[in-house]
Design a protein around this ligand. Structure first.
Ligand code: FAD
Length: 517
């Protein structure tokens, strides 16, 4: 049967738009279908070194040079100054006791600063999604995709090798016949709803809620809380996390005067504050955290607060014969640690290598693997984040657990730069790291932890990260401040199975000043 398009992609966020461009490079005819219109607000803004590296590699592999400048702050500013974004030099965590102001302590026991880049030029970014997604959709159109917005789709039907899509566009009937469908419409999205796919819970993750908006006039935390020594990077040019038992607040500054901020909280915490009562709940929340209240003293939300009564979502099925989902459509855990972008980009990278395959059995085997990998990586992420939620009242353990993420992420990033393949997202498929990290995270869920169990967990974390620790993590002399130092990488070359010269070459190639941060 003839088809109108080889591939239909449902959802024109950054994921759908990038997938559409790559499908064009695979010589497929593509229709990109969006229920809304661009530019539009979207949440999920903070990128990471691994996400940016994958973006850069996708742009090189699929000859999309116009995308590449988005992988670094410096090239972004030079090439697309009109697309708003924020400077992200690292991950800043500040631990708060409810009702008490945060106070600088020389031993840094209530903060954790993990640098992601040694200087602004090659730093990561927060994406102002209204601009970025609009840009990417225009790029997809430029690459020859048919873009249809304001589309309402009904349940797809499957006939032989054709997927039939019907619905309406701006009130007029819409009928399309395509060979393959990629669902990029986000959690609980198009296929999940229309095919009535069962959802499954992440077994360890507590139910959590989100409340967020965009603001003007948010003060810099550093200006209100002077540090007596110079931190490894300006602490507000980062993904800022304010942590306290049961919840955490994110603050992401853009270069257009707007700041994204919100809170993710356990159901219990969210109910106490009555998140459904949006603005009032935010004000009540700030009353519990005096230092953040001060940071937001002159701030004004520039849009209605969004309340998400359930943040996490996990589908039971990622693919079938004629359709698949991007990872963010298959599942989402929590904004903590910014895992959404890298997971989605990894999925796009894997699908790009799969949807071009002509051999049916190879295609099916790869798709099957993609589905299993997507769910197991989401589960691994959920387990790590669950362990972090369980220990938001114990910042020493919270920080140690977060090093599982930072060690695995920095090790994976450097392996990729050496043209090696890391064993799954955050090394979850690594035969030693994966099972031990799972065991540690599961043990950290057993609350309340007895002192002996807690001490042994801290030791286990230190042991499991050591073979992958290429960033001086867990070094007590650094007192929770981790700059990016070329020397750390050079000294740990053997852990990466590389020579010192190979690491030096990586540093030069990624524009790293080899004198260090
Ligand atoms: C509160 C919150 C904070 C987050 N913070 C971060 C972060 O800091 N860093 C990070 O890496 N990740 C974060 N994430 C995850 C991040 O949002 C996702 O990784 C990212 O949005 C995925 O992009 P996407 O284009 O695949 O999907 P989306 O951004 O969800 O876009 C989906 C698109 O599909 C359209 N659509 C939906 N239904 C239909 C339909 N039926 N028909 C047609 N179109 C449809 C929507 O209008 C939308 O344009 C966060 C998520 C949440 C919920």
């Amino acid at each position: 049967m003839p088809a109108d398009f080889d591939i239909a992609i449902v959802g024109a966020g950054f994921g759908g738009a990038l997938m559409a461009m790559i499908a064009r490079r695979l010589d497929k005819s593509v229709v990109l279908l969006e229920k809304g219109t661009h530019p539009r607000f979207a949440i999920g803004e903070s990128s990471t070194p691994l996400a940016n590296l994958i973006l850069e590699e996708l742009s090189r592999r699929w000859d999309l040079p116009r995308i590449r400048p988005l992988a670094k702050w410096g090239t972004w500013q030079k090439t697309y100054p009109n697309l708003a974004c924020g400077l992200k030099r690292g991950f800043s965590f500040f631990h708060h006791k409810l009702g008490e102001p945060w106070k600088y302590q020389p031993n840094h026991q209530n903060e954790l600063l993990v640098a992601a880049s040694p200087r602004d030029e090659i730093a990561d970014t927060h994406w102002f999604r209204a601009d970025v997604d609009h840009f990417l959709v225009n790029e997809a159109i430029r690459e020859g995709c048919e873009y249809l917005d304001q589309v309402e789709l009904e349940s797809p039907t499957f006939e032989g090798d054709i997927v039939k899509l019907s619905g309406s566009r701006s009130g007029k009937p819409l009928r399309l016949r395509v060979r393959f469908l990629v669902d990029a419409s986000g959690p609980q999205g198009f296929l999940h709803r229309t095919l009535k796919l069962p959802a499954e819970e992440f077994s360890t993750m507590l139910a959590t809620q989100g409340l967020y908006s965009h603001f003007e006039n948010v003060a810099r935390f550093a200006e209100l809380n002077r540090h007596d020594e110079s931190p490894p990077y300006p602490i507000d040019d980062a993904a800022v996390h304010h942590i306290f038992p049961g919840a955490w607040i994110w603050v992401l500054r853009f270069n257009n005067g707007i700041t994204s901020a919100g809170v993710a909280a356990t159901d219990e915490f969210a109910k106490q504050l009555d998140f459904a009562n949006r603005t009032k709940a935010w004000e009540r929340l700030l009353n519990f955290i005096p230092s953040v209240r001060e940071q937001f003293a002159s701030a004004k939300p520039i849009r209605e607060f969004t309340h998400t009564p359930r943040l996490s979502f996990r589908t039971s099925r990622v693919s079938a014969e004629r359709w698949t989902m991007l990872p963010h459509t298959a599942g989402f855990v929590d904004p903590l640690l910014s895992t959404g972008f890298p997971l989605n980009l990894l999925g796009i990278e894997r699908l790009a290598e799969t949807i071009g395959l002509r051999n049916v059995s190879r295609f099916e085997a790869r798709m099957e693997h993609y589905s299993r990998q997507t769910l197991s990586e989401l589960d691994f992420t959920a387990l790590l984040i669950s362990a972090l939620y369980a220990n938001m009242g114990d910042f020493e353990l919270f920080s140690a657990l977060s090093l599982l993420y930072f060690a695995a992420a920095s090790f994976s990033e450097t392996l990729r730069r050496l043209a090696k393949t890391p064993e799954g997202f955050l090394l979850n498929e690594h035969r030693a790291f994966g099972p031990t990290a799972r065991k540690i995270a599961n043990a950290a869920l057993n609350q309340p932890l007895l002192p002996a169990a807690r001490t042994s967990l801290l030791k286990d974390i230190s042991n499991v990260i050591e073979p992958f620790n290429i960033a001086g993590l867990n070094d007590p002399a650094r007192r929770n401040w981790y700059p990016v130092l070329a020397d750390d990488l050079l000294q740990n070359h053997a852990k990466l199975g590389a020579s010192e010269d190979q690491i030096a070459d990586v540093l030069v190639r990624c524009g790293w000043d080899s004198t260090g941060g």
